[in-house]
Design a protein around this ligand. Structure first.
Ligand code: ZN
Ligand code: ZN
Length: 142
C-alpha cells in the first residue's frame, strides 16, 4: 500500500477555471468502475481523497456540481467539463479528488479497483490491483 504521506498537491481542470491545493494527508488511488463513474468520466474514475479542511479551492468560478443522487454529487468545471470531485453526504467530511486533475508527478499509487462487475467490456482492469466486484460499502469508500 502506498503511504499517502503529507505534502502539498496542486491540481486544476483543463481550462484552469477550477484550481485547488491540498495541504494534508491523502489516500492512495482507488479506481471506480461503477456505471455512473463510467458514464460521467467516459471511462472510469481514479481518485484520492482528502479531508475537506485540507482542500483549498483557489479558483472555483466555473465549479459546478452534478447532484447524481440525493446524497451523492460530482464536481465539474462548467467551462471545460473536467470532472474533479466527488462528495457523499455519508462521508461529508471528505472530498474525493480525481487523480487525473492533480499536477504531477503525484507519487501516488493505485491500489484498488471497485465495482469491477460494472466495468466496460472493452478493457482489462489491472490484475495487480485489489479488484473487488462490488462497492464494499456505499458506492465509493472515500
Ligand atoms: Zn475548466
Ligand atoms: Zn463509481
Amino acid at each position: 500500500m502506498g503511504d499517502p504521506g503529507i505534502r502539498t498537491f496542486t491540481g486544476r481542470c483543463d481550462c484552469g477555471g477550477v484550481r485547488y491545493r491540498i495541504d494534508g494527508p491523502v489516500r492512495n488511488i482507488i479506481e471506480c468502475h461503477c456505471e455512473p463513474c463510467r458514464r460521467i468520466s467516459g471511462h472510469h474514475l481514479a481518485a484520492t481523497a482528502v479531508a475537506n479542511g485540507h482542500l483549498h479551492l483557489e479558483s472555483q468560478e466555473t465549479l459546478a456540481w452534478y447532484q447524481r443522487t440525493p446524497t451523492v454529487r460530482y464536481g465539474f468545471c462548467s467551462a471545460c467539463s473536467s470532472t474533479l470531485f466527488w462528495r457523499a453526504d455519508d462521508k461529508a467530511d471528505r472530498t474525493s479528488v480525481f487523480a487525473g486533475t492533480l499536477d504531477g508527478p503525484t507519487g501516488l499509487v493505485a491500489t484498488e479497483a471497485i465495482c469491477a462487475s460494472e466495468a466496460g467490456d472493452y478493457y482489462h482492469i489491472d490484475p495487480d490491483l485489489d479488484v473487488q466486484a462490488g462497492d464494499r460499502a456505499l458506492e465509493i469508500p472515500y
